[in-house]
Design a protein around this ligand. Structure first.
Ligand SMILES: Cc1cc2nc3c(=O)[nH]c(=O)nc-3n(C[C@H](O)[C@H](O)[C@H](O)COP(=O)(O)OP(=O)(O)OC[C@H]3O[C@@H](n4cnc5c(N)ncnc54)[C@H](O)[C@@H]3O)c2cc1C
Length: 329
């Protein structure tokens, strides 16, 4: 047993971090666990010689008043910046300039810059894949990782992973596991690509409505990023599903060909390519749960999928889990 803190949070994406910061602000002892090396989950960035490339969430919007209030603080601290790209859309008729004037925000100097700042002062146990939970009547919850190491005991546990990854952790709350098993999440492919010579196009962001891609962004147009010309392309969920087991080099080739067509190539040979498959990119349907709980067991569940697949919803869901937990103490 390695820790004796009172609340364990499994998953250090924005939902888990949001719950963790809210609980820490209430004086609770919180320990976050994540299977990855860093934090941020699907708000991930890859460090490369062409700068930090945002491979997951590209930006976030802020509609909820509580989230907007929190955002003001992040802006003041310089953790996030507004990103106002030259927006385009692409459909069967071709490429058009877009009048979309939604306010968009990005982490500084990469999307994970935000999670790193929020986590400062919280206890994160990284590279630890929690495989199951065991509730001991005497001591509380024990977390068992995939190396059979036991962590705990903890009085309360918050599971803040994508829905399919939460199910094995909810064995001792079958009702909760059943509810979570109803949630479907879509896959996605992301391709990051960089060029020695900047592409000759005014496009900085584009919603795509035809072919394999559904989003293109010029990563280097975001504030605080390297000026080396870099791009992030994201596939539609349908295309990802049809190419789930396709070789990465073939996925790159097909996504680049679609990019070439949209931008009106020929694009030069990329100086850098990196492709990533997301098995659980976003929930298929939004829902209105906020967060889920089996309070009598001291078990809580949150994540973007409890509201809808956006950064803002992940944060709101984490806040809701923390509130529910505090109400039941
Ligand atoms: C390609 C892509 C593009 C996107 N674009 C946008 C966008 O532009 N704007 C927007 O608002 N949203 C976007 N999203 C959605 C956004 O990224 C998510 O809504 C949000 O990041 C989800 O946060 P979360 O904390 O709920 O989950 P996650 O970020 O998935 O965090 C869950 C964490 O749990 C960890 N974990 C899982 N299982 C275990 C386990 N057993 N043990 C330990 N750790 C575990 C994972 O490693 C991960 O760090 C995008 C998502 C993807 C994939």
């Amino acid at each position: 047993m390695t820790h004796t803190h009172s609340i364990a949070i499994i998953g250090a994406g924005l939902a888990g971090i949001s719950a963790g910061t809210a609980l820490a602000a209430e004086g609770q002892l919180v320990t976050l666990f994540d299977k990855s090396r860093g934090s941020g989950g699907r708000m991930s960035s890859k460090r490369t010689e062409f700068g930090d490339l945002d491979m997951g969430a590209q930006y976030f919007t802020a509609r909820d008043s509580h989230f907007r209030h929190e955002l003001r603080d992040w802006l003041d601290k310089g953790w996030v910046s507004e990103w106002d790209p030259a927006m385009y859309s692409y459909d069967d008729q071709g490429l058009h300039s877009s009048s979309d004037d939604l306010q968009r925000f990005v982490g500084n100097p990469r999307m994970t810059g935000l999670s790193r700042e929020l986590l400062a002062g919280l206890n994160l146990v990284s590279q630890t894949h929690i495989s199951r939970l065991r509730q001991d009547d005497q001591s509380g919850w024990l977390l068992i990782d995939d190396q059979d190491q036991v962590h705990g005991p903890f009085e309360r546990v918050i599971v803040a992973t994508p829905a399919p990854q939460a199910i094995p952790l909810l064995e001792q709350a079958p009702q909760l596991a059943h509810t979570v098993s109803q949630v479907q999440m879509d896959p996605g492919w992301t391709l990051a690509v960089a060029f020695h010579t900047p592409l000759n196009t005014p496009v900085e962001a584009c919603f795509v409505r035809a072919g394999p891609l559904d989003w293109i962004s010029r990563n280097s147009s975001k504030p605080g990023r390297s000026t080396q010309d870099s791009w992030v392309l994201q596939s539609t969920p349908e295309w990802a599903l049809a190419h789930l087991e396709t070789d990465k080099s073939e996925v790159s080739r097909l996504m680049l060909a679609a990019f070439n067509q949209i931008i009106g190539g020929p694009i030069p040979e990329p100086a850098f390519l990196h492709v990533h498959r997301w098995l659980y990119a976003r929930p298929t349907e939004p829902c209105q749960w906020g967060a889920l709980a089996a309070p009598e067991k001291g078990l809580y569940v949150c994540g973007d999928w409890c509201l809808g697949g956006r950064i803002e919803n992940a944060w709101l869901s984490g806040q809701q889990a923390a509130r529910t937990l505090m109400d039941k103490r």
